[in-house]
Design a protein around this ligand. Structure first.
Ligand code: PMT
Length: 404
């Protein structure tokens, strides 16, 4: 039996596309409404052939939007405000056509524009003929969307409206409801949990204009901060120099040197979760020259050790975060070196990546990692080659499970 949940403060934006399964969306809307969620709905032009704006308004008790350029709607709530209004966006049914449009960043109608402009979690509940579902282009499009962080629910297997049998039926409304309700509830709980992420390289100055650094772009750490924020965590990102932007709702602290990163990290304690993905320089210049060093035959620079931020925080007795996750960037003996770091740096988890490979690790959009747990029952898990955004989503899935 369906257990009632109070979703009174939750805002759900439904996008209904043109497919036979559109009638099931009415039941989905009814479930959310019964649980007191606020609902707004966008109908694509072909959706109107299957369901009417009137039936949806009556069920949802909320406004139904149809056109991108509607003066009345734009005055009341423009398409950007509509995408910000929602806590979560559900596309159900998500047709092959809409999936293809979203994968290519199309913004020709209200539905695709709102999704493209959104910074919220988007759920897709695909529904289509089995051959369309199995087509390589649909698979590729969904892979792209998963890389962008979209979540996909279903489809299931069964008899189709077209008379064929196979995979492609939209999941049952109660299954979609349960998954989204879980996400929304977790998000509410996560708002009380603080998460800190370090990202990017550090610059260690030789003189006022020259420094030692490394190839870290910050991409992996920024993606982790984004995924944490999307799940509702109160997220702080401490970043070395990068060219990246981040959502304004994430507290961003820009630093340059390891010493600055260390101070910023200490200042942001206590935190519940700490993820150390920064490539902090192990060394700094012993004595930095006050003036620009003049050209000479040979220059000897003396280096001294930087503080190990991860090590310090994970051994911080009174303020050790509940979950400390380190990274290990290795060029050889990946597993044994990562295991040493897990133990020596007192981490709960260590995420190991092989930075000798060209297509992953430093400055790539992709990564391939193994998470080693200090909990011997869990041991280790490998996340195969995929976009850093997807690696981050999978790491954060595990963080959510752990914290809850
Ligand atoms: O930034 P990208 O281009 O996206 O690349 C991602 C990445 C390769 C930088 C990332 O996936 C990664 O591996 N980050 C850790 C890089 C690193 O410095 O690893 P390490 O094995 O040297 O250090 C082990 C751990 O100690 C790391 O969590 C590191 O943040 C931390 N550390 C190291 C030295 C130091 N002085 N302070 C630290 O906190």
């Amino acid at each position: 039996m369906h257990k009632m949940k109070n979703l009174a403060d939750k805002k759900i934006l439904f996008i209904i596309c043109g497919g036979v399964a559109a009638y099931k969306s009415l039941e989905l809307i009814r479930l959310f409404r019964k649980n007191k969620a606020s609902i707004r709905t966008i109908l694509t032009s072909s959706a109107k052939k299957f369901v009417t704006p009137l039936s949806i308004t009556s069920l949802s008790q909320g406004k139904v939007y149809e056109d991108l350029f509607n003066i009345e709607n734009e005055l009341e709530m423009d398409h950007i405000a509509l995408s910000r209004w929602a806590d979560v966006i559900i596309v159900a049914p998500a047709t092959a056509n809409t999936i293809s449009k979203l994968a290519s960043g199309n913004a020709e109608d209200l539905a695709s524009t709102v999704i493209l402009a959104s910074n919220k979690q988007v759920y897709l509940a695909p529904a289509m003929n089995v051959r369309m579902w199995e087509h390589q282009s649909t698979k590729d499009n969904l892979k792209t969307l998963k890389n962008y962080g979209y979540k996909v629910i279903g489809p299931t297997t069964g008899d189709m409206a077209c008379g064929e049998y196979g995979e492609g039926k939209m999941s049952e409304p109660i299954e979609i409801f349960n998954e989204i309700q879980n996400f929304v509830e977790n998000r509410k709980e996560n708002k009380k949990i603080k998460a800190l992420v370090t990202a990017g390289p550090t610059n260690e100055y030789i003189d006022p204009v020259r420094f030692i650094s490394n190839k870290s772009s910050g991409k992996q750490g920024y993606e982790i901060a984004k995924s944490l924020h999307k799940r509702g965590f109160d997220t702080t990102l401490i970043s070395g120099p990068t060219n990246l932007d981040i959502d304004q709702e994430i507290k961003l602290i820009k630093v340059e040197t390891a010493d600055e990163m260390f101070k910023a990290t200490q200042k942001n304690l206590p935190t519940d979760i700490a993820v150390f993905s920064a490539a902090v320089s192990d060394f700094k210049i012993d004595v930095k020259s006050k003036d620009k060093i003049k050209k000479k035959e040979r220059l000897n620079i003396k280096l001294e050790r930087n503080v190990d931020i991860l090590n310090y925080i994970s051994n911080h007795n009174s303020m050790r975060p509940k979950l400390v996750i380190g990274f290990a960037a290795e060029t050889k003996n990946l597993e044994s070196n990562a295991m040493k770091k897990l133990k020596n740096k007192n981490c709960d988890w260590i995420v190991a990546n092989d930075v000798s490979k060209e297509n992953i690790g430093f400055n790539s959009d992709y990564n391939e990692v193994t998470i080693h747990y200090n909990d011997l029952k869990k041991n280790k898990e490998t996340l195969s080659h995929k976009k850093k955004s997807e690696i981050s989503e999978e790491i954060v899935d595990r963080i959510v499970t752990h914290m809850n």
